[in-house]
Design a protein around this ligand. Structure first.
Ligand SMILES: [Zn+2]
Length: 245
């Protein structure tokens, strides 16, 4: 951070996180007890929404402080039951400071209908987000959730979760929220277009031009390469064991 840059206080970060929760509800990206949002307070602590609350009406003082593994450090309520996916992102993406999970209806509907958002259809969405992969189905609140997301977290800033919702990340909670809004907005357009006819992705050479433009304009892309899959990790571990004798 540059010398003299504004360092937000905890109270300000609580207000900003609660405001993003309100926006998620106002934009129909969550309903009832859906969704969870978190941000890094510092190297060891995370501010996260509580479990079982309607996030559209969450107050800044109801947010919970946990460590990076989700163990509660401060707050009157239980932290999000989906904290494992936030923990995964913070462990794998040191460039990420905030995570938004929501249930955007058009995004989930497209995945249910077997339509992937990985293909580039809309120029501005591709420019802003790059690829948006879909992670396979996983049972909510279990270890299956981070396991299903792991192969994608280093190569995407927005991931669709099959039969469930979506996850976006960013340097700030506002950036993560805007990425969620952008995913759902493009899904809405694609749904409307598909109701009227066939939708073709942009040709590969046009997608490459957008990637070059993203580089020129300094639009952030996630770090590469992707995280090793569990099977890759097992192979690496086996090789290391052999080398160690
Ligand atoms: Zn969810």
């Amino acid at each position: 951070m540059p010398v003299g840059a504004h360092v937000p206080r905890e109270s300000e970060l609580r207000e900003r996180l609660a405001l993003v929760c309100q926006r998620l509800y106002q934009k129909d990206l969550i309903a009832a007890g859906d969704g969870n949002v978190s941000l890094r307070l510092d190297a060891e602590r995370v501010l996260v929404t509580p479990s079982g609350f309607h996030k559209g009406f969450i107050r800044p003082d109801e947010l919970i402080i946990t460590d990076l593994q989700g163990r509660k450090l401060r707050g009157a309520h239980k932290p999000s039951s989906e904290f494992a996916m936030h923990a995964l992102i913070y462990a794998e993406r040191p460039d990420v400071f905030a995570v938004v999970h929501a249930h955007p209806p058009h995004t989930v509907a497209l995945a249910l209908a077997g339509v992937s958002l990985t293909d580039c259809v809309l120029s501005e969405t591709c420019l802003l987000l790059g690829q948006v992969p879909t992670a396979p189905y996983s049972t909510p609140t279990t270890q299956e959730v981070p396991d299903s997301l792991r192969p994608y977290v280093r190569s995407a800033n927005a991931i669709v979760m099959h039969r469930h919702g979506a996850l976006t990340m960013g340097k700030t909670v506002e950036e993560a929220w805007q990425r969620m809004e952008a995913v759902e907005h493009s899904a809405k357009i694609i749904c409307a277009a598909r109701a009227m006819g066939d939708v073709q992705p942009l040709p590969a050479h046009e997608t490459q031009k957008l990637e070059q433009l993203a580089q020129t304009l300094g639009i952030p892309r996630p770090p590469q390469p992707p995280c090793p899959s569990p099977s890759d990790s097992a192979i690496i571990e086996a090789v290391l064991r052999k080398l160690r004798g």
